[in-house]
Structures are given as structure tokens and as C-alpha cells.
Design a protein around this ligand. Structure first.
Ligand SMILES: [Zn+2]
Ligand SMILES: [Zn+2]
Length: 292
């Protein structure tokens, strides 16, 4: 594992809090609690927190700023309600795949933030097979053949009038008759007589997203168990990568990752770490000089 790992928990900074506020209203504690139980960290979900005010997937409230900003805002709200100093929140972004036509891609982040110390730890996970889909239909007959592809009814659907920015007529749909009624209502409200059908990306409505959040929780918990051997803070781990793995023909920098950078966001210590696959040379096919 990482070289910064130490088992000495005597530093005050190294101790994990017994209770951490989780900024969610979409049942993410179900996905995250098992990982944090192992660290004896209890997740506290504040009642009545409206995280939709920080942005919704169905675009009634566009997200202001970055995914990190949104996660930070959810944590701040959860800390304000609970009075706890440390919080946790996740944020996802989904859309068309940047490289592959007709494919979708997603990114999930999970942030741990100690507001007293301004110390943040972020884990990120990409999903190239997300339960994310969208289609326009004129009636239920056109919708029916799309439902399996969309993961319905395990993944809930949202129905909105096409060409109308007022937002969905219904969200969280998991029943056929409600879905059919929503499609009729949306077509009626639409200036072009069509309904937009899309997967509900809220975590409690999208099992694929929930499983991604659970995986992120395990990764973050594993990382929190790694302490910085410089300052003792929890969360030593991967911060980024450096490109330029040497080409096996010319020795020049290729497009591949040369090594990872691991470090501590509390004290700023960083250390280069070899690629997890052990590769030390790149194929000439990845080299801009040998394969321009
Ligand atoms: Zn080369
Ligand atoms: Zn440190």
C-alpha cells in the first residue's frame, strides 16, 4: 500500500471523530454507513435538510459552481444543523460520454471536510456504464420499448414536457400506470406535444448510483485509516497523477501516466508513487514522437 501509512494514532489530528454529519436527503447513509462503521464513525443525517437547493439533476435548480463547491455547501448545511465540526457529502455529474458517441458517463465525488481545520479529503470515481438515459416520446407506446434500456422500474424515471423549461411533471416514477399518466400530462403541457423521459439520478431512485456511492465510501474509509507520517492527519492517499511514462523506443515522454502522487491535504506533504500496474515503460504507440 502507500508509503505514508502509519499505525500510530497518538496525534490528536490523527483521531477520527465519533460522529460525522452527512449532508444528504436521498438515503445515502444506507450506502455509506457500512464503510464508516468499520472506523467506528457514526454518520448523522440531519432531519429536514434540503440538499436540492444546491442543485438538482432534473435542472429545476442548476448547480452553482463545481461539484466540489456543491459538496462543500451540503456539508456546511449539515454542520450548521448538527453543530458537528466534521461532515461528509457526495455529488454526482452525468451526461453524454466525452469520447464515445451515444454513451453516457458519470463522475461521483465524496468529500470529507473538517471545517475547524479546513481539511478536506476527496475521493473520485468515474462510471462509464451509469444508469443515465434520456429520450423524447410522443406517447406510452413509444416509451414502452425504451423502459428496459433505462433500467425501469429499478431505476425510477422523471417525465417533463419537451421544449418547456418549467421542469418535470413527475419524478421518482416506478409504476407503469403513473408513468403513462405523466407522459400524457407532459405531452399536453409541451409546445411540441412530446414528453422527455429520463432516468432519475437521485441516489435513492438510482441503484447504480447508490452502488457507486457505496464503493466511494469504502475507498474514503480506507483512506481515512491511512495517516500522514508527517503530521498524523487521517486521509493520506492519491492526490493526482503525472503524465509522461517514458517511451520504450525513444525514451521520450509518452501520453501515459508516469507515476501517481500521494500526499496529505492537511500538511501538504507529497510523494511520488509508482503506477499500480507496475508499468515503467510505454508502448511506442502511446508516444507522440514515435507515433505522431
Ligand atoms: Zn517514442
Ligand atoms: Zn500531513
Amino acid at each position: 500500500m502507500t508509503t505514508g501509512k502509519t499505525t500510530d494514532p497518538q496525534s490528536r489530528a490523527g483521531r477520527l471523530p465519533a460522529r460525522v454529519a452527512l449532508g444528504t436527503m436521498h438515503g445515502k447513509e444506507r450506502a455509506l454507513a457500512p464503510a464508516f462503521d468499520r472506523l467506528s464513525v457514526r454518520l448523522i443525517v440531519p432531519a429536514g435538510l434540503n440538499t436540492d437547493s444546491f442543485g438538482t439533476f432534473s435542472a429545476e435548480t442548476p448547480r452553482a459552481g463545481s461539484m466540489e463547491d456543491a459538496a462543500r455547501a451540503k456539508i456546511a448545511a449539515a454542520l450548521a444543523v448538527t453543530g458537528l465540526p466534521v461532515g461528509l457529502a457526495s455529488e454526482g455529474a452525468y451526461g453524454p460520454h466525452p469520447a464515445v458517441p451515444f454513451m453516457a458517463a458519470g463522475l461521483e465525488i465524496l468529500m470529507w471536510r473538517d471545517a475547524d481545520q479546513g481539511h478536506e479529503i476527496i475521493e473520485r470515481l468515474g462510471d462509464d456504464r451509469p444508469a443515465y438515459d434520456r429520450a423524447e416520446v410522443a406517447d406510452m407506446d413509444q416509451a414502452a420499448p425504451l423502459l428496459t434500456r433505462m433500467g425501469f422500474p429499478e431505476t425510477a424515471l422523471i417525465v417533463s414536457p419537451a421544449g418547456d423549461a418549467r421542469g418535470p411533471v413527475a419524478k421518482g416514477l416506478t409504476g407503469l400506470s403513473e408513468l403513462a399518466a405523466a407522459i400524457v400530462a407532459a405531452c399536453k403541457a409541451s409546445p411540441v406535444g412530446k414528453a422527455v423521459l429520463q432516468t432519475d439520478m437521485r441516489a435513492h431512485m438510482n441503484p447504480r448510483r447508490m452502488s457507486m456511492i457505496a464503493r466511494l465510501g469504502l475507498r474514503l474509509a480506507e483512506r481515512l485509516a491511512c495517516r500522514c507520517d508527517g503530521c498524523g492527519a487521517p486521509g493520506w492517499g492519491r492526490l493526482g497523477t503525472v503524465p509522461g511514462l517514458p517511451c520504450s523506443w525513444c525514451g521520450g515522454p509518452s501520453l501515459l501516466i508516469a507515476h501517481e502522487v500521494h500526499g496529505c491535504t492537511a500538511c501538504g506533504t507529497t510523494r511520488p508513487v509508482p503506477r499500480p500496474d507496475g508499468k515503467t515503460m510505454a508502448d511506442p504507440g502511446e508516444c507522440p514522437a514515435c507515433n505522431p
